[in-house]
Design a protein around this ligand. Structure first.
Ligand code: BG6
Length: 460
C-alpha cells in the first residue's frame, strides 16, 4: 500500500500560503499528486476565522470554486508561539495515526526558532513519521543559521528536514545541470581555459511589495545572493557527481562552496557593491534605512577548473525589467584574427534565461548568408524554449516522494552564510549607501565596478 500523508501548514493565513502554497496544492490536486493526502490542516492565529471565511480565503487564492479540493482542508486556530496551543492539533492528528506528517513552516523567518522548538516538543508525544519544510531565509547570518540548525537537529533528523530554495525548483535552473551533464560537447570548454567570466543575475522591476517588515531587516544580499544566486553558482561550477543521487549531487555542490575564496573584511569594497532605489524611504514610509535593495558580489573559486574566473552575482529591486539569468561569457577570439573581420566580434555566450521565460541561448559568430568568408557575426544560433512550470510544484512532489536533491543541506547552508558574512559585517559598519533611480539598471557604482574589470553587464 502506498504511504498516506497529511500536510500541516503553519502560516496558513499568510502571504506565502495565499500566493503560492494553495495554488500549487490545487494544481497538484488536479494532477492527482495528492491522491494519498488524507487532509491538509491549515493553521493561523486569528480567532475570527470560521469555516466559511477560510473557504473564501482558499477560493480567492486559487481563483476557483473547487469544493472537492476544499473538502481536503481543515482550519485549526493556533498561536505558534504558545506551546500549550499545539494541543489544538491533537484531536485531528489522533485520527491519522498511520499517516506521515508534513509540516510546512510558511511563517516569517524570525518565528522559526520558537516554532521548531514548540513543534519538536509537541511531536515527542506523537509517533507518526514526520517531515519538516522550512522556507528561506534559513537564518539571518552565520551564527543564527548555526543556531537554527542545532535547534532543528535536537528534534528532527537531517533526512526529515527540507530547507527550501524555490529557485532550485525552476525549470531552467535544473537545466543547467541537464545541459552540462547530458551533452558531451560542453565539458571540454567548461573551464578557465575557455570561459572569461560568469554573470548570475536576478533583476526585478517590482519593489518590496508589502514585505517591508521582513525586507528592511534583510536586504538584497541575504534575500537573494546568499541563497538563490549562490545555488545557481553551485550548479554552474560543480564537478560531475559520481552518481545521480541526492548525496552525491549535494556533496559536489558543497565542494564548490568550500572552494570559494574568502572575501576579507577590508577587501569588501573590491568584491561587492550595493545600492538603494531612490524612492525606497518614501514608498516604505521610513525616515532612514541603510538596507540595500541592490547588490553585486564577485566571487572566485580556487580550484583547477575555475581558477581566475570571476562569478558576478547581481540582484536588485525596482530595476528597468525583470530578468533572471545565468550567462557564461567565453573568451574573446585572438586580436589578430578579429582584425580580419569587418565588425567587432562578440564573445560566445551560453545564456540560461530563467525568468520571465525559460530559454537557453547559444550565441555563435557566423558568416551571414551571401556575405564574404569573414564578414559580420550573426548572434543566436540555437534557442530552446520550455513551458514555465511553477517551481513550488516540483519541490512539493519531491517532498512527498522524499527526494532531497533540490533542498539545501545543513553544511551547505552554513558554508553559504560563511561566504557572505564578511560582506554583511562590512556593510553594517560602513552604512552610507549609493542611491539609484527607479527603472534603471542599478547604481552607477555597479557599472563602474564591472567596467574596472574590463567587462560590461549582459542581458539576454
Ligand atoms: C524570494 C525573495 O525568495 O524570491 C523575493 O524573497 C523575490 O524578494 C523572489 O522577489 C523572486 O522570486 P521569483 O521566483 O519571483 O523570481
Amino acid at each position: 500500500m502506498e504511504k498516506r500523508f497529511l500536510i500541516v501548514i503553519f502560516g496558513g493565513l499568510g502571504d506565502l500560503a495565499k500566493s503560492k502554497i494553495y495554488p500549487v496544492l490545487h494544481s497538484l490536486y488536479k494532477k492527482a499528486h495528492l491522491s494519498n493526502c488524507s487532509k491538509i490542516i491549515s493553521t493561523g492565529r486569528r480567532p475570527d476565522i470560521g469555516k466559511e471565511e477560510f473557504i473564501q480565503i482558499l477560493k480567492d487564492s486559487i481563483g476557483d470554486n473547487d469544493t472537492s479540493f476544499f473538502s481536503l482542508f481543515e482550519f485549526v486556530r493556533l498561536d505558534l508561539d504558545k506551546m500549550e496551543e499545539y494541543k489544538n492539533l491533537e484531536d485531528i492528528l489522533s485520527k491519522f495515526k498511520e499517516e506521515e506528517l508534513i509540516f510546512y513552516i510558511a511563517t516569517p523567518p524570525f518565528t522559526f526558532e520558537s516554532i521548531i522548538t514548540n513543534l519538536g516538543n509537541f511531536l515527542k508525544e506523537i509517533s507518526n513519521k514526520r517531515k519538516i519544510v522550512i522556507e528561506k531565509p534559513f537564518g539571518y547570518d552565520l551564527e543564527s543559521a548555526k543556531r537554527l540548525n542545532s535547534i532543528i537537529k535536537e528534534y528532527f533528523k537531517e533526512e526529515e528536514i527540507y530547507r527550501i530554495d524555490h529557485f532550485l525548483g525552476k525549470e531552467t535552473v535544473q537545466n543547467i545541470f541537464g545541459l552540462r551533464f547530458s551533452n558531451i560537447i560542453f565539458e571540454g570548454i567548461w573551464n578557465r581555459n575557455f570561459i572569461d567570466h560568469i554573470q548570475i543575475s536576478a533583476l526585478e522591476d517590482i519593489g518590496v511589495e508589502g514585505r517591508l517588515g521582513y525586507y528592511d531587516k534583510v536586504g538584497a544580499l541575504r534575500d537573494m545572493i546568499q541563497n538563490h544566486l549562490m545555488q545557481i553558482l553551485t550548479l554552474i561550477a560543480m564537478e560531475p557527481p559520481c552518481c545521480i543521487n541526492e548525496k552525491a549531487i549535494r556533496d559536489e555542490k558543497v565542494k564548490v562552496l568550500k572552494s570559494i575564496r574568502e572575501v576579507k573584511y577590508d577587501d569588501v569594497p573590491l568584491y561587492a557593491v550595493r545600492g538603494q532605489y531612490e524612492g525606497y524611504l518614501k514608498d516604505e514610509r521610513l525616515t532612514k534605512s541603510y538596507t540595500e535593495t541592490y547588490a553585486v558580489v564577485k566571487l572566485y573559486i580556487d580550484n583547477l577548473r575555475w581558477d581566475g574566473v570571476p562569478f558576478y552575482l547581481r540582484t536588485g529591486k525596482k530595476l528597468k525589467k525583470k530578468e533572471t539569468s545565468a550567462i557564461i561569457v567565453f573568451k574573446k577570439i585572438p586580436g589578430l584574427f578579429s582584425k580580419l573581420l569587418d565588425c567587432t566580434p562578440q564573445e560566445n555566450i551560453i545564456g540560461f534565461k530563467i525568468a520571465p521565460e525559460n530559454k537557453i541561448i547559444l550565441n555563435f559568430q557566423l558568416r551571414p548568408l551571401g556575405g564574404s568568408l569573414l564578414s559580420c557575426p550573426i548572434p543566436t544560433a540555437m534557442e530552446w524554449n520550455g513551458p514555465n512550470l511553477e517551481a513550488y510544484e516540483t519541490l512539493f512532489i519531491d517532498i512527498i516522494e522524499g527526494d532531497h536533491t533540490l533542498f539545501i543541506r545543513e553544511d551547505e547552508i552554513e558554508r553559504a552564510w560563511e561566504i557572505v558574512q564578511p560582506i554583511i559585517d562590512f556593510w553594517k559598519d560602513h552604512r552610507e549607501i549609493p542611491i539609484y533611480p527607479e527603472g534603471s539598471f542599478g547604481p552607477k557604482e555597479a557599472e563602474d565596478f564591472i567596467r574596472r574589470d574590463g567587462r560590461v553587464w549582459r542581458y539576454l
